[in-house]
Design a binder for this molecule. Structure first.
Ligand code: ACM
Length: 554
């Protein structure tokens, strides 16, 4: 069970006092923030005088009209602009780029800004986005979107458009991300969110240049991915006979008695994977093991290690139910993972590994026999052996294992990627840093977006804890204790949205935004470019866009 993190009086006071401080920036910097409200803040932004006006005759140029990903990057801006303006924004031949009155998206291998960087120039004559990759063009398109009038977000024509016309302020931007892992997570086990919502979540995160969607597909309260070889995983495991009412901390626990569930078919998963790929988002699917597996064990009790029957959980928390480490269980898990790898082309497969109580293994003759046979250091050694076996299977298929930081228990595989969440267990972090493992930072103290973002008295019921917008903005992914070599192993950071209390889609967006906007700057922008006053200067324009997109942000 994640520790309850009640708001302390000091924290509450801090929240109440979090009135914006006077900006240390100059008037010029402040006016730049208003004129160029780009989030995350670009690496370099050079203000210019003048503006480009999108009109009836403006054409769209792409350097590679035959490349679906180049066209998709340009369309990420143009589709919305067409809807809002009614202008044709016709696709013109690449040669037209020099004629003026064009918005050009040009793949250019000489743009030396890494696999996701881009350059963007806006002048009175036209707009030019250049990048070495279609990902870079896509991010250039997102920046261009934020520089264009917010009215382009409304999804249709309304009156005559913005009072000053469809203008984009002149500028020269040179941009690339600080981190390669810019993640948001979503738990669809505790509550289920349909394909339409998952797509919307991915679309919105890509707007802020996030590129990793960690899809928490299985847990005690529901198995959410169709596995053809094991149909009971969804026939049985995707449904529970009730859900806890109110907060876990309320006693006694009472339940609603309503059957609840849902799952994604493999066709739906493929649809989401393709949708994400078009937005340069890699999906990291999570299949929990050896713990957090009650739903799977309810479906296939033969792979469990307990004494009694198991049901798909109706309560939150940590359960003793755990997979038993016999050969049949590995055959089952490897078959599941093979189907998962067939659906998700990305390099990482998340296997959970967190919060796996060892009580059933302590009592199980079979588990004890394996500990003896393999000469393992007790149940923690067994956990490590379990995870390494699974890692071997993933590696043989050319994939990489990522797990929560409990995968250090009994020894951390040198090739696993560690997702650090337990702030209180710095030893896990230090071990990974010393060993040279890749690390993704998702510390519970600030990256858990199921925690409150303001005084709970005025908020929907949430898990507990506190992580304000300013806390998120101030988060530094590279621990202060890390030397340069260890710092280089930090791939980036991610916010987690656990869904025990996210009972409806609007609550997901309420918890995610605007905190995810702050996080986007943490993971994309240079550390020295981060400036709370400047962020606050740019945020209102971002919120105006979110309003037009119908996002129920806090
Ligand atoms: C976790 O919060 N159990 C990763």
């Amino acid at each position: 069970m994640r520790p309850r993190l009640p708001l302390s009086p000091a924290l509450l006071l801090g929240l109440l006092m979090a009135i914006p401080a006077a900006s240390p920036g100059t008037a010029r910097a402040q006016s730049d923030d208003a004129r160029y409200p780009v989030v995350p803040r670009p690496w370099s932004l050079e203000p210019r005088d003048g503006a480009f006006t999108v009109g009836e005759a403006t054409r769209l140029v792409v350097s590679h009209p035959d490349s679906a990903s180049v066209v998709a990057a340009a369309e990420a801006w143009a589709r919305r602009m067409r809807l809002a303006t009614g202008y044709p924004l016709e696709l013109a031949a690449p040669g037209a780029a020099s004629d003026g009155d064009v918005v050009a998206f040009l793949l250019d291998p000489t743009v030396n800004r890494g696999p996701e960087g881009y350059r963007l120039e806006v002048s009175a004559d036209g707009v030019e986005v250049r990048a070495a990759t279609s990902a870079g063009l896509f991010y250039g398109a997102q920046t261009l979107r934020q520089l264009s009038p917010a009215a382009m977000e409304r999804g249709g024509r309304l009156g005559d458009g913005p009072p000053g016309g469809w203008t984009i302020p002149a500028v020269a931007i040179d941009d690339a991300p600080r981190f390669s892992w810019r993640g948001l997570h979503l738990d669809v086990s505790r509550h289920f969110f349909d394909v339409a919502f998952v797509k919307r979540y991915i679309d919105l995160m890509a707007t802020f240049k996030f590129n990793r969607f960690h899809w928490h597909l299985t847990d005690d309260q529901g198995w959410r991915i169709e596995i053809e070889a094991y149909p009971r995983l969804t026939e049985v495991g995707a449904w529970r006979d009730g859900t806890l009412l109110g907060h876990y901390g309320n006693r006694p626990h009472t339940f609603d008695g309503q059957r609840y569930g849902g799952y994604y078919t493999q066709d739906e998963i493929r649809e989401v994977v393709a949708y994400a790929a078009e937005r340069h988002v890699t999906i990291v699917p999570e299949i929990e093991m050896p713990g957090h597996s009650s739903a799977a064990i309810a479906a296939y009790p033969e792979f469990g290690c307990g004494e009694g029957p198991v049901e798909v959980a109706q309560l939150w928390g940590v359960f003793e139910d755990i997979y038993c480490p016999q050969e049949e269980t590995f055959a089952f898990l490897e078959t599941v993972l093979d189907e998962v790898m067939g659906l998700f082309p990305g390099p990482w497969i998340h296997i959970g590994g967190d919060e796996a109580p060892k009580a059933q293994w302590e009592r199980s003759a079979l588990a004890q026999e394996i500990i003896q046979r393999e000469g393992l250091d007790g149940e923690h050694g067994l956990q490590s052996w379990f995870i390494r076996r699974i890692e071997g299977h993933l590696n043989a298929a050319g994939r990489r294992l990522i797990g929560w930081d409990e995968i250090v228990e009994g020894g951390l595989s040198p090739t696993a990627t560690l997702m650090f969440w337990r702030d209180w267990n710095q030893a896990a972090l230090e071990l990974a840093a010393t060993q040279g493992n890749d690390i993704v930072m998702t510390p519970n103290s600030v990256m858990y977006f199921d925690h409150y973002q303001a005084d709970p008295a005025g908020e929907p019921v949430a898990f507990g804890g506190s992580s304000t917008l300013e806390d998120v903005y101030a988060f530094e992914p590279i621990p202060a204790s890390f030397d340069a070599a260890a710092g280089a192993r930090v791939l980036g950071a991610q916010a987690n949205l656990w869904a025990e209390y996210l009972t409806a889609p609007w609550k997901v967006e309420y918890m995610a935004y605007p905190r995810a906007v702050a996080l986007s700057e943490v993971v994309w922008s240079a550390a020295e470019a981060r400036d709370w006053a400047s962020f606050q200067g740019r945020l209102p324009a971002i919120l105006e866009r979110l309003d037009l997109l119908g996002v129920r942000y806090r």
